[in-house]
Design a protein around this ligand. Sequence first.
Ligand code: SF4
Length: 438
Amino acid sequence: MNFFETHYNGKILLVDAAGPSAELISLDSSLVREYLGGAALNRALYDRFSDDDPVVFGTGPLTGSFAPASCLLVATFRSPFTGRIANVPLTLRTGPQVKYTGFDFIVIRRKSSNPVVVVAHNETVRIAPGEAYDGLQLSEMLDRARREFGRPESFVWPGAVTPSLAAAATGRGGGFDRRGLAAALTEKNIKALFIYGNDGLPFGSDDLAHSDRLIGEMKKNLKKKEVGFAGLLDRIGADQAAKVVPRRKVRHMACARCPVPCMSHILVPRGVSGTDGILLADHLGFAALAEHVGIGVYRLISVCNEAGIDPAAVADWLAAGVPQEEALGFIANLVKGKENNAPAGNRGGDFYGPLSEEDCDFFGGGLPPLYNVADDASIKAWKTRTARAMILGVCPILAARFPILDASLPSFLAENTAQAKALEQTLESLAEAVIAGR
Ligand code: SF4
């Protein structure tokens, strides 16, 4: 298998936040042979630099390729919440953008004594002063970045609120961080990671045709109502939340090369949301809020996304009897650094049924649970598909929804049947290790 050369740049960006300084080191082909990429290779890099408590961002071999939904970047770090190692999947354009900067992995080690922002840009990196980003909400942060460095193609942002309530965001719709990626970045005094990639990658000559055939299969019996944010809420049984999402005049939004989007941009009346339109991307955060406030979810999720606060944390306040208006006041005070009221609760953990807190570490505790909770075999299959996607660099939501996609992913890397079989064996044992947190 020669995918090391065709699907990777062969470079790791090593940032020493304490310097601050940065260097490029080679990605060894032996490391790729052993760990393939994504969450599995991240863990190997985490262990290599564990004395410096690193946050590792890693692509998979398929990230940025023609494979469907090849958008994934994975963050691996020690959760400041639990002390355990966790992974968080990062979608939208983050993964391809890292590849297009010329890096495959970004390792941020040690702590900066002053706030900084890390700007990765076509095989170069700049570690710039970040004091001016302190306390900025999402729109203000993006405006400032645009003025300072140009419009970010992609970003990872740890939010404007106290780290214990923040969730790292990769876009205006939040993200899937419920294991403290935001807190881990804040511990290092990193105010944001901006990614500007405009390079390209080689790919296999049949990859595009192969991908189109596969997408055709995936869409064969797909109904219109299964697409978009509401379709995904239906699929996970979040009925209360699904009821308040309009099915018409909705623009579905997709990450890089995703054929069946699970996000939607909707227009809601200004009086309801406090905004003209909103990107819905965090299914569990939205469902957790909608359970308590119904249509009031729009106002709350807008301010959560803008502040970088975990909507599931706000839902925990609501569950404890805090009225909606008071919760909005808490958020406003959090942004000003005046609130110290951390909700007790499990941040949406109830959605995962029989899964323990530790079970949820490997996928960051924020992905929609696409399994039948009464069925152990279905949970095991879901976990395995999720882990495989997080190693190969493909969206775990799409791979979990479409078993045919999961089964076809190795064929984008193997050149013949014998190679495909060997790759399956490697993937199987790596997926087990990722699920077990090894
Ligand atoms: S399923 Fe959703 S999160 Fe995944 S790639 Fe598609 S739009 Fe993005």
